[in-house]
Ligand binder design. Sequence first.
Ligand code: HEM
Length: 384
Amino acid sequence: PYPLYAELRRTPVARQEDGSYVVSTYRELTDLLHDPHLSSDVRNLSRPMPQGQGDATPAFINMDPPEHDRLRRMAMRHFGPPHTPGLVTGVEPALTSAVGSLIDDFAGKEQIDIVDDFAYPFPVSVICHLLGVPREDEPRFRVWVNDLINSIDYDPKTDPKEKLEKGVQARKDLRQYLGGLLEQRHDRPGDDLLSRMANDDGPDGRMADDDIVSTANLLLIAGHETTVNLITNGMLTLLRHPDVLQRLRDEPGLVVPLVEELLRYEPPVHIIPWRAAYSDITVADTVIPKGSQIMLMLASGSRDQNRFHDPDRFDPDRRDNQHLGFGSGIHLCFGGPLARREAQIALGELVRRLDRPRLVADPPPYRRSPVLRGPIHLHVEQAA
Ligand code: HEM
């Protein structure tokens, strides 16, 4: 039930000793996410960012309007519903077949790791497919994305400097690789996102190569680990609620509201840590001074008892489920429709095809990250 969040919500906007602010209630979070004075550009912070966070060419997630809106629109044009009939519409068969073949590989295994054997390989292969990355290069992608994500985790057992260096190197390698691929797509375009972004003269003009590489990079970083965690948190939650698991077997359509409830109840993104006050902002009678760092506790907002009835209950029949799992406002997750479909297909098929699955350890080991929440392994046994 996340007692820490319940405690935090007693002070909706709390000033920390270091001068940053923590916001934890639904109403204040949504007000702020829609406030034009809340900046995603960390250069507006009066204190410098911790090492390693602000070094890449920014992508639109770290920009403010009007540049954010222009780049988001340019990428969104090709990406898909509900905004345009783009690439994501055509990806459905690829999702089903990727899920099917990963589950085929479970055959004969008594114990499966839902993370390593299923959730981890799946989203990265989908994004590679959308971008037009050749299949044989996918394993390199996985290593880069992993090094990048690990570099922001907190793990006392590993040397933080070494992890940070690995992350910076992975970022460089990934940009270099994507730059090379983009050059090829200028010469020989295919029907993939890189080719479309590279060769389109839309209403906003043509995208610069540097912006295309940053956008591709962003899609990989924003769309991989998050989706892994949604699938893994989903399987864990189902195994802890056998009645719901059984209902899903009987009524496959339940998977749609179920994934929505998961995004509220066990969201992959708990915190947006780096928003800046562009000028003084007043929220819940508190003035947040210009330049302050603001941490948005999204997962706490989605458990706020003043917004959700019985918030600590996992209830796929919940109505009016406007959770904060994908954020809100102008930076609302760009990949939401894709992530939802991935999770729906993944969980639907896992439940349909696993024979009497059982958790090996509860709780499973968790990733040590303050921002992303999900198990690093989820071992499940199935009937022989
Ligand atoms: C933004 C969550 C999957 C691409 C966001 C934000 C959240 C989020 C909370 C808001 C960040 C902010 O306000 O600063 C998630 C979750 C996912 C998921 C929980 C999976 C379950 C994806 C996927 C993609 C993607 C699959 C793309 C392939 C993006 C992008 C943004 C974003 C590009 C930035 C949007 C903007 O700045 O306008 N996501 N995401 N996400 N997400 Fe996702």
